[in-house]
Design a protein around this ligand. Sequence first.
Ligand code: DGL
Length: 265
Amino acid sequence: MINQQNNAPIGIFDSGVGGLSIAKRIAEQLPNEQLIYVADSAYAPYGDISNQQIIERVNIIADQLIKKKCKALVIACNTATVNAIDQLRERLSIPIIGVEPAIKPAATMSVSKKVGILVTQATANNARFLALVDQYKNGAEVFIQPCLGLVELIEQGQQTSEEFNRLLNQYLTPLIPQGVDTLVLGCTHYPFMIDAINKIMPNGITLLETATPVSEQLKRQLTKHQLLAIRSDDVAHQFYSSSINTKQNEIFSQLWQSEVKVNLL
Ligand code: DGL
């Protein structure tokens, strides 16, 4: 059965531009769906704010997206998911899809049974995340690496800068002698630094991100709730930020790989 909700948009949000790595995959895999993307740039990075503040921000953004008539929400942020998804699901009845680091596939795929997980500080400190690691590590040794400062630099479009490479080297180099052969990108900003990671880590390292599984989970949920879009016209995605600056259109467009205009939420 088709109801009027089918062609309503899907709300996707993150603290900043990281969730574009998820939104892009959703746009490719579900081309009939209209997306409304929100970057909570005024409060980025979430990695540096308290659990309570993250819950507050997630609720505020979710309510704005509901006002824009979204039929489903994707929390395209590991930090926001581990800190706030349970609480949000208790309050809202529409499908809510979160992002969690791919620990289980990493532990299964790793030959050396040494897995690195790159995360923000707020994720590294989070009890739900630590419980996930314990639950899914499947005998592998897990190295949790908080990567302070990287999200901020990606937000400024600085992922090829010297400072960025210095920090990335500092975080990755200690993992090499440990024999890590599988690296989980536990923050949605990190797929934008895959080239830089590959330059530092040994050949053959497996990098795992979550855009495809999230997009597949969204499709399953939309199918289950009979909410898949049905349309023949082109969709026009919308992009918002809670704080606009002069470089934002350029940075969004670069990561989205086509011209984007960012509006104030
Ligand atoms: N992209 C977010 C994540 O996946 C960013 C975190 C932050 O704002 O610190 O965790």
